[in-house]
Design a protein around this ligand. Structure first.
Ligand SMILES: [Zn+2]
Length: 96
């Protein structure tokens, strides 16, 4: 017999989004209900406040728009899915 653990996240389980720097590992978490488009745009396009490394996102590019759109969808999904019979879950890799 083989047992397999699956790690699933429901939209209502998401309480905040963490934005982190790959270089210095500093990070900031924003509660999902307080996500603000202008604040997230600043986080996306500014340099890291700790090590000054550019994020890699430029204002107005298609990639930056996708990033902002995704964050906005994450904010809206818990309310959108609340009270529905359909469940949407994201599966993540099992911790090693
Ligand atoms: Zn940094």
């Amino acid at each position: 017999m083989t047992l397999e653990k699956r790690y699933l996240i429901e939209m209502g389980d998401i309480i905040s989004i963490q934005y982190g720097c790959s270089k210095c590992n500093s990070a900031v978490s924003v509660p999902i209900e307080r996500i603000n488009q202008d604040q997230i745009a600043g986080i996306a396009t500014n340099v890291c406040p700790h090590c000054q490394t550019p994020s890699g996102f430029q204002p107005g590019t298609e990639e930056t728009k996708v990033f902002l759109y995704f964050n906005n969808l994450l904010k809206q999904m818990p309310k959108t899915m609340s009270g529905r019979n359909l469940k949407l879950r994201l599966e993540i890799k099992a911790p090693e």
